[in-house]
Design a binder for this molecule. Structure first.
Ligand code: GLN
Ligand code: ZN
Length: 767
């Protein structure tokens, strides 16, 4: 018999109950008991969804983040939490977000947050210092185990493995993370002992770093750690996901554990090799259902593939989703209004568990037992394959006809810049912003009223025009050089375009946790992408009609549209990205045609798409950059192309960024303070660059001198003729009162810089 299990489940609740409960708790609107009760309810529901499986995941529930939970489990709390009174839960929230409630007087520095591998989930980075000690704290985990047993569930606890935990941590001193391994292993050994006393048979121990490039020290540490833990009286399922094991394959197969899980979606080609390498007493768990995407599994094909494997491995074969179902929405059946054709092609977490059950049943008891389900699935799979809504020959043809020339500007940057500067006569250190202005309550209301049909198009249009006019007048008053229309019509930079492009669809409840109580609802890119009508020209022309100053067109680039969506799994990402590029290219050309002289194409998420293994970066960057170039570079010399990226860490991909050949790039720099110099150390960006001088993530108003200093430091590396002055990112989360003052400071900083420069050149002329 084949065993089925689950690696982890979404914990937000199908109606985002967790979000509302934690936020109410922080607002002191509900008690601790009520919050705990909500947690119990979500866990109970999650276990019910998994009831048919042989093992359900336990320990994957979290009020904020499972890595932070692991820090609590291991007793690894930074010293700044030690003297705080209050409950453990409050200290937990303090570490997660700085405060336990919104009026907490024991605020602390929140832990740093960063992305979990190549997903859009963010975790709280564990901290290690010279005085770090680990002490096992099993209270929550054990309570959840008992809870699951009481509900008749067969629990398989899930924990992060010691190596992955260390790898994700940061060391505050110059110590080596592996120096902490010995102490950490003692705590893990103790945990394993206690779990076996609780009669836990299997423990899932997640070591996703095995799909990344590891140094010899880390590879050795794996051996050391798992040899150390092997004597314990509990079976370990060493769990990897998100990619292939490659050079770590033999290492992983030979570690002294009872079983290993691999991601058979991303590492399907490795399965046979693993079967060969895996010692014959070990269990092999295959992750056959895509835990990162929302498409139905082709059940018949999957069973065809598994049958010989099942024969070979027999009871040693386990089946599961490829990774935790944290990364997909909870339940498709809530989507009552979703287009029925497309809904029929999808599976969210609950449906994925059902798929797993069907596959296992077919393998264990024969396909006849699940015949009906297999027929229905086949129909859905075929309908997607054959749908004319997915496949549009003319679009596929356009992709075939792409030539490199499509992505190459007519002249070099120098020649273009000359023409652009003549045309726009901008001052030295031109000032601009990144696109959005504060999204006030009124703006959000008019958009949602229009969406819900409570106001008509005329009413909506004139309301948005008023907002645009307000933004233009404010910018003129402040004295900005290159204006923006403010993005009042956009709820989100991906959704806005997705809604107007053919090939995209939007769910109503397809929420996925991004961090803590924050969830995102990624659009679903299901078919060949087309843009039949202009998406932004109307608003931009209106904005431009109000002012003599140039208004910058504002678009989201193809790579960002791709990286922030659920994408097709039936064609390579490159192909989808090129389709998006051609669609945005049409918009760029329409804007140019309409007389817009400056066009910004945001690639906020370009870096996010980088594969986990460096060896695969180049391939990604090749098509990502090609896509950007195709969308941007069809314009005439006089049209100035800007791009924007939400980070400054791109020393390692700078070649690719240069290759994009945008006339101007704006980046985030003000948050990286001391690291700013690093940014410009080896970056030799040959075109124009706007290092962000205003940290838009903070309500603080930056003062002139800090902005001047930042630009002056930048000017040591970049000629002043190529420097712009702008904030770090869009201003939509801020208040107008903050923004006006901050931007006024920014404009006067630019003026002072110009004066200083003027004086400098006068001195030069005089001498
Ligand atoms: N133009 C977008 C804005 O200003 C850019 C947002 C982003 O980079 N994340 O909102
Ligand atoms: Zn940004």
């Amino acid at each position: 018999m084949i065993t089925t299990h689950n690696l982890g489940f979404s914990r937000i609740g199908k109606h985002r109950e967790l979000k509302f409960a934690t936020e109410s708790y922080w607002n002191k609107a509900i008690t601790t008991e009520r919050l705990e009760e909500q947690g119990r309810q979500i866990r109970q529901e999650n276990w019910q969804y998994q009831a048919k499986l042989d093992y359900a995941s336990v320990g994957d529930f979290s009020f904020y983040d499972h890595v932070l939970d692991t820090s609590f489990l291991l007793g690894n709390l930074p010293s700044r939490t030690k003297d705080l009174n209050g409950s453990e839960l409050d200290n937990y929230f303090r570490l997660a977000r700085g405060r336990a409630s919104n009026d907490d007087c024991h605020c602390i520095h929140a832990g740093e947050m960063t992305k979990w591998f190549d997903t859009n989930y963010h975790y709280i980075v564990p901290e290690l210092t010279a005085d770090t000690v680990f002490t096992l704290n099993t209270q929550r985990l054990f309570a959840h185990i008992e809870e699951s047993k009481a509900q008749g569930i067969n629990p398989k606890p899930v924990i992060i493995g010691p190596l992955t935990y260390l790898y994700l941590a940061k060391v505050n001193d110059s110590a080596d993370k592996l120096d902490f391994l010995e102490a950490l292993l003692s705590v893990y050994a103790e945990l394993l002992d206690q779990l076996s006393i609780m009669n836990i048979e299997w423990l899932q121990i997640d070591e996703p770093i095995l799909v990344t490039e590891l140094s010899p020290q880390w590879r050795q540490a794996f051996e050391k750690a798992y040899y150390r833990l092997q004597t314990r009286n509990i079976k370990l399922l060493l769990t990897t996901y998100f990619g292939q094991l490659q050079e770590n394959l033999q290492l992983a197969c030979n570690l002294p554990v009872a079983g290993i899980h691999i991601d058979a979606i991303n590492a399907k080609e490795e399965v046979n090799k693993i079967i060969d390498w895996l010692p014959s007493h070990k269990v092999l768990s295959l992750g056959i259902i895509d835990g990162r995407n929302i498409w139905k599994t082709d059940l018949n094909q999957c069973i065809d593939w598994l049958e010989p494997i099942a024969k070979k491995l027999s009871h040693r074969l386990w089946l599961a989703p490829s990774c935790s179902l944290l990364h997909v929405p909870v339940d498709l059946s809530l989507e009552a209004t979703l287009d029925t054709d497309i809904k029929n092609w999808l599976a969210f977490a609950v449906q994925k568990i059902e798929e797993l059950d069907i596959i296992a049943t077919a393998l264990n008891e024969g396909r006849g037992v699940v015949k009906e389900a297999l027929i229905v699935n086949l129909e859905a799979i075929n309908s997607r394959k054959q749908s004319t809504r997915v496949h549009k020959p003319s679009i596929k043809n356009d992709i075939k006809n792409i030539t490199p020339e499509l992505g190459i500007r007519i002249s070099s940057y120098e020649a273009r810049a000359l023409k652009q500067h003549q045309q726009s006569s901008l001052p030295l250190f031109p000032t601009t912003t990144i696109g959005s202005f504060p999204q006030t309550k009124a703006i959000r209301k008019i958009r949602s009223d229009f969406k819900n049909n409570t106001v008509d198009l005329n009413h909506y249009t004139s309301a948005i025009k008023k907002e645009i006019e307000y933004a233009i007048r404010e910018q003129e008053e402040i004295g900005i050089d290159v204006l923006v229309h403010g993005e009042a019509e956009r709820n989100d930079m991906v959704e806005y375009f997705g809604e107007q492009l053919e090939g995209y669809i939007f769910s109503k409840y397809g929420w996925v946790q991004s961090y803590g109580s924050r969830c995102v609802k990624p659009p679903i890119l299901f078919g060949d992408i087309d843009r039949s009508k202009a998406m932004t020209v109307y608003w931009l022309l209106y904005a431009q009609s109000l002012t003599e100053k140039p208004v910058k067109g504002m678009l989201t680039g193809p790579v960002t549209l791709l990286n922030w969506s659920f994408v097709r799994d039936d064609q390579p990402l490159k192909e989808t990205c090129l389709q998006l590029a051609l669609a945005i290219r049409k918009e760029v050309l329409d804007l140019e045609q309409a007389g817009i002289e400056i066009i910004q194409i945001d690639e906020a998420a370009l870096r996010e798409g980088l594969p986990l293994r460096r060896s695969q970066w180049q391939e990604y960057l090749n098509w990502a950059v090609e896509s950007f170039k195709i969308c941007a570079n069809g314009v005439k010399d006089e049209t100035q192309i800007h791009t924007h990226m939400c980070y400054s860490k791109f020393n390692d991909i700078i070649k690719a960024i240069i290759n994009m050949d945008a006339d101007v790039i704006t980046i985030e720099t003000s948050r990286s303070d001391s690291k700013l110099l690093d940014v410009f150390e080896d970056i030799n960006y040959p075109n124009e660059i706007g290092p962000g001088v205003y940290d838009i993530h903070s309500p603080n108003i930056p003062d002139q001198s800090a902005m001047i200093e930042l630009i002056e430091r930048a000017s040591e590396k970049i000629p002043v003729e190529r420097l712009w002055v702008n904030p770090d990112c869009g201003l939509k989360t801020r208040q107008w009162s903050e923004v006006s003052t901050a931007l006024k400071n920014m404009v006067s900083a630019a003026k002072i810089l110009r004066q200083k420069q003027h004086q400098k050149s006068n001195i030069k002329v005089a001498s």
